[in-house]
Unconditional design. Structure first.
Length: 201
């Protein structure tokens, strides 16, 4: 009579297989989590940079092409008039949860930055780091404005100036039309220099 021997795993073999599977799953999970975190961080940094570029380009374009005079400058607000005599402002203000950049026209505020609490951005309060600074005395042409914003992802709980995680954008902008006025005034005082049309008027 032929004997049939059943084939199977020993307890030691089963424990070894379970151990190897556990280690493999753990390593794979760490790799996947690292990739997800890296992707999320890249998306967040991209959102911060896009908002920073948009806001800065918008303000620079307005000061260069549209502004004719500066009405007032404070640490968190810049107000100017355009060629038609209308008054506009850029300001950094709290929306109860975070500081954002607003554009004000005809008494209406328009949000320029993404204030989504998860995927958006926020700014460091301008009270501790001036966002707008006039580098020349008020009323003295040409007007020179220093603009500095510090952006952080919206999920940052404590945004403080000069942190390593902050995205800082800074520029100095001359209000073009006031540069023209200064050149024209100089030409009239001295009777020399280029005609005003040379300066874009």
């Amino acid at each position: 009579m032929t004997k049939i021997h059943a084939q199977g795993f020993t307890l030691i073999e089963l424990i070894l297989v379970i151990g190897i599977l556990t280690i493999s799953i753990g390593v794979s999970s760490d790799i996947v989590l690292t990739l997800i975190k890296s992707y999320s961080k890249a998306q967040t940094n991209n959102e911060v940079e896009q908002n920073a570029d948009f806001v800065m380009n918008r303000i620079q374009r307005d000061l260069f092409a549209n502004a004719t005079s500066i009405v007032s400058v404070s640490s968190n607000k810049l107000t100017f008039t355009d060629k038609n005599g209308a008054t506009y402002s850029y300001k950094v203000s709290s929306n109860w949860t975070s500081f954002q950049v607003y554009y004000t026209a005809s008494g209406q505020d328009y949000l320029l930055t993404n204030d989504d609490p998860i995927n958006g951005i926020k700014l460091v309060d301008c009270a501790s780091s001036s966002c707008f600074t006039q580098l020349n005395a008020l009323g003295i042409n040409p007007y020179v404005i220093k603009i500095k914003f510090e952006f952080v992802p919206a999920y940052f709980t404590n945004a403080t100036p000069s942190d390593s995680g902050n995205t800082v954008v800074e520029t100095t902008q001359v209000v073009r039309s006031t540069y023209w006025y200064e050149k024209e005034a100089q030409r009239r005082r001295t009777g020399t220099g280029d005609n005003c049309d040379t300066y874009g008027r």
